[in-house]
Structure formats: structure tokens, C-alpha cells
Design a protein around this ligand. Structure first.
Ligand SMILES: NC(=O)c1ccc[n+]([C@@H]2O[C@H](COP(=O)([O-])OP(=O)(O)OC[C@H]3O[C@@H](n4cnc5c(N)ncnc54)[C@H](OP(=O)(O)O)[C@@H]3O)[C@@H](O)[C@H]2O)c1
Length: 228
């Protein structure tokens, strides 16, 4: 890894959008620290093999692993911390969702990303960016159609926790709750309108547009401001 280039940490980069973000930032000449959930589990990530890529391991739902990752990253100056990892289910209505499943989505999509951010944020440069992978479905205002009850709730919770974090951060850093569009991944499905490269290119452009501008925004991959 070069000392003179920018560094992105992409949490949850084994496949889908996280893998796409790792590829996008490598193509832009950045150093990338990309995480997989279990060591050696992402053949696609390891296949990128380039000196600018460092692969780390973290299950974001295991707090000790967040602490251990922070220790391993000691001394790294981060320009972009992007917590992408997330899970979905489509059981509806909410009353039919088991308590375990509700907990799994809320913990993975809302609590764990904030734990990662609160742990790693002092490695992020003052002019750096902290982003979480939200969703257009997180918008309470735009929820006029229902569906994906718990997933929506978990991403709305993520946005709300980011708003509280932003207050605590006191106007430091560019903070982004990102909606990537509906993208063809394992989660998004084969009939989604967007490919990964289009979404990740748009997200990286959006992040670049807001770099160095402190404060939290809920933005689409096309840099549109979304209603909370
Ligand atoms: N695709 C879409 O249309 C869409 C739209 C809006 C928002 N999003 C959001 O975008 C993000 C990525 O979605 P995707 O479509 O790329 O989904 P995906 O293909 O299912 O990938 C999900 C990623 O999250 C990781 N992950 C899940 N739980 C984790 C945990 N406990 N610890 C560490 N990593 C974990 C997965 O790792 P493993 O490989 O180990 O499972 C994988 O890398 C998610 O937050 C999702 O909610 C997606």
C-alpha cells in the first residue's frame, strides 16, 4: 500500500455492492482495506489481488471482532469509512416475523454499523467521510407502499442512529446515509434495474462531491437529497 494515496475502508466487501465499491476505489487509485466476514471466504475479493488492496476480517455482529480490527488498523489514516454490510428478509406483515429474525435485522443493519463507526472513527481523517449503506426504503416520508416491513424499519433505524451520531460528532466530517438504488446483487435480485458498476460509480462520485463538507445527508447514488 502506498502512503501517498487515499485510503478507503469498505466493511462488508465479500460480494455485491461492497465488492463493487472495493473495485471502484481501486480503479480510482485508492488504497482499499476491504473486509470479509470469515477469513478466506470471498474468492471474488481475494481474486482482486493487488498491492493496493488489504483484506481484513470482521463479522460486524461480534463486538470483539470490531475491537480487534481497530487494533490491527492502528496507525492507518482513513479517508473513507464505508459500512456496507447488511441483510434483508421479506416476511410480512411485521407481526409474522419471529423475534429472532427481527433482532437479526435490527442488530446487523442498525446497531452493528454504528458500533463499527464509533470504534473506528478516530482513525478517520478530519476531512474524511463516514458512510453507511442505507436504502431508499429507509425513507419514512416515501413509505407510501409498505412491504419489507422489518428491513425498512432497520434501515430507518440506521438513519436515525446516524442522525444521533452526527449530533454527537459536532459537525465533524462528511457523513452520508447512502441509498444505492435497486441493484442486481444477491440481495437486489436479477430483475433489479441497476448493475453494480453503475451504482458504485455513482456512490463514489457522490461521496467525492461532498468530501470535506461536514454534516450528515441522506443521499442517493445519483447525489439526490432524499427525505428522511
Ligand atoms: N442491492 C440493492 O438493491 C440494495 C438496495 C438498497 C440497499 N442495499 C444495501 O446495500 C448493502 C449491500 O447489499 P448487496 O445488495 O450487496 O447485498 P449482498 O449481495 O447480500 O451482500 C451483503 C454483504 O453484507 C455482508 N454481511 C452481511 N452480514 C454481515 C455481518 N454480520 N458481518 C459482516 N458482513 C456482513 C455480506 O457478507 P457475506 O458474504 O459473508 O454474507 C455481503 O458482503 C446492504 O446494506 C443492503 O441493505 C442494497
Amino acid at each position: 500500500m502506498s502512503n501517498n494515496t487515499k485510503t478507503a475502508v469498505i466493511v462488508g466487501a465479500s460480494r455485491g455492492l461492497g465488492l463493487g465499491l472495493a473495485k471502484e476505489y481501486l480503479a480510482r487509485g485508492w488504497n482499499v482495506i476491504a473486509t470479509e466476514r470469515a477469513a478466506g471466504s470471498s474468492a471474488a475479493l481475494h481474486a482482486l489481488a493487488t498491492p493496493a488492496l488489504r483484506i481484513e476480517t470482521i463479522d460486524i455482529n461480534v463486538p470483539e471482532q470490531t475491537t480487534a480490527l481497530k487494533a490491527r488498523l492502528s496507525g492507518v489514516s482513513i479517508d473513507l469509512l464505508f459500512v456496507n454490510a447488511g441483510v434483508i428478509d421479506d416476511v410480512e406483515p411485521v407481526a409474522n416475523v419471529s423475534t429472532d429474525e427481527f433482532t437479526r435485522l435490527m442488530v446487523t443493519n442498525a446497531l452493528s454499523p454504528l458500533r463499527v463507526i464509533e470504534s473506528l472513527d478516530d482513525l478517520v481523517l478530519p476531512a474524511g467521510t463516514i458512510a453507511v449503506m442505507s436504502s431508499g426504503l429507509a425513507s419514512v416520508t416515501n413509505n407510501t407502499v409498505g412491504g419489507y416491513d422489518v428491513y425498512r424499519a432497520s434501515k430507518a433505524a440506521l438513519n436515525t442512529l446516524m442522525r444521533s451520531y452526527a449530533v454527537r460528532a459536532g459537525g465533524k466530517r462528511s457523513l452520508i446515509a447512502m441509498a444505492p438504488g435497486h441493484v442486481r446483487t444477491d440481495m437486489g435480485g436479477d430483475s433489479a434495474p441497476l448493475d453494480v458498476a453503475t451504482s458504485t460509480r455513482g456512490m463514489a462520485d457522490t461521496i467525492a462531491t461532498h468530501a470535506g463538507k461536514p454534516g450528515l445527508q441522506f443521499l442517493s447514488y445519483q447525489n439526490a437529497v432524499l427525505p428522511w
